[in-house]
Design a protein around this ligand. Structure first.
Ligand code: F6P
Length: 358
């Protein structure tokens, strides 16, 4: 009998259920009644507290198109994993104890950057771990694309489409703030798909002058409206020169709730125009996965099942150059995949006349 545990951790996204289904169906197909699957509730919290349930094949039916995660999720910061809190629980030892008590042969973990640091730690502690790369941010090192990313792009691009019609009617400048604190993949792709005039991402610090001159140029061309796609982690050139601590302090002291609102005030002051801000927020992570993500999540899921069959642990399944591969967790953990400033897609945006803020 094989006993496999599964958990979803960190921010949710579209395609988690499709991926769980992919793992489960492939394992049931391979091992039949010789496999038992266990769903661990709310990510690492369930593993720490021993909160789980035995799953049945029917639990994985009808969930391909469902957003969210049937297992629940939570954020358990990696930096606190080794810290013993007031409840005196050693979280890492507790997770190992649950794994042993459940008599697991392997643990399947679906998550993003933080999740992978803990997955690597558990692997180093001797647990048989296989992971799947999920996040709308697409910032996981080792895979060309994560699941959730394309679905979030579709939603963000739809928001930009809708904003376009109202911005055009009123001749207004709109700032659409999109998710992504450290990486600008989502804003860049959605911005191009949604025809944004200015795209600001964390990788390319912006200058207000550059934004104003693009707006002026558009004005001279008779275009009264403009759309800015701004990542929530976008920062000015001045801010990029601050130390991490100074930056945090400056942001904490900022009068506006986010960089998009600050820019709206600054642009409004300089141009005398009415600026509007739209923040789709968690809409970007919700709802049904797009067809691309359903396929990608399923492929990641069946690949994870293959690794379990081959007893190849300590790996993340990944997509590289269109092919399913696996990458050691030790190589993935702690590395961020940001947008290279000299990438072809940035060049394409610039060739189009999109202002990248610099
Ligand atoms: O990591 C995915 C993500 O959606 C980021 O894009 C965003 O900054 C963050 O999660 C939001 O986190 P929370 O759901 O905890 O507010």
């Amino acid at each position: 009998m094989k006993r496999i545990g599964m958990l979803t951790s960190g921010g949710d996204c579209q395609g988690l259920n499709a991926a769980l289904r992919g793992v489960a169906k492939a394992l049931y197909e391979e091992f039949g009644k010789e496999v038992e699957l266990y769903g661990i509730h709310d990510g690492y919290r369930g593993l720490i507290e021993g909160d789980y349930q035995k799953m049945q094949p029917e639990n994985f039916s009808g969930i391909l198109t469902h957003g969210g995660t049937i297992l629940g999720t939570s954020r358990q910061p990696f930096k606190l994993m080794r810290v013993i809190g007031d409840n005196k629980v050693d979280k890492v030892e507790a997770m190992k104890a649950t794994y042993a008590k459940m008599k697991l042969d392997a643990l399947v973990i679906l998550g993003g950057n933080g999740t992978h640091k803990t997955a690597n730690l558990l692997s180093q502690e001797g647990l048989n771990v296989v992971t799947l790369p999920k996040t709308i941010d697409n910032d996981l090192w080792g895979t060309d694309v994560t699941f959730g990313f394309q679905s979030a792009i579709d939603i963000a691009a739809y928001v930009l489409d809708c904003i376009h019609t109202t911005a055009t009617s009123h001749g207004r400048v709109f700032i659409v703030e999109l998710m992504g604190h450290k990486a600008g993949w989502l804003t860049l792709h959605a911005g191009i798909a949604g025809g944004a005039d200015i795209i600001l991402i964390p990788e390319i610090p912006y200058r207000l002058d550059s934004i104003l001159s693009t707006l002026n140029k558009r004005g001279r061309q008779g275009k009264e409206f403009s759309i800015l796609a701004v990542a929530e982690g976008a920062l000015s050139l001045e801010e990029s020169k601050l130390s991490k601590k100074e930056f945090k302090q400056a942001r904490a002291n900022m009068a506006e709730p986010s960089v998009a609102y600050r820019l709206a005030n600054e642009i409004g002051e300089k141009t005398g125009q009415e600026i509007r801000v739209a923040v789709p927020g968690h809409f970007q992570r919700g709802g049904s996965p797009c067809a691309y993500d359903r396929v990608l999540s399923t492929r990641f899921g069946t690949e994870a099942a293959r690794l379990i069959k081959e007893k190849k642990f300590g790996q993340m399944v990944a997509l590289q150059n269109g092919k399913m591969v696996d990458v050691p967790l030790s190589e993935v953990a702690g590395k961020l995949k940001t947008v290279p400033k000299d990438s072809e897609i940035i060049r394409s945006a610039r060739d189009l006349g999109i202002c990248m803020g610099d």
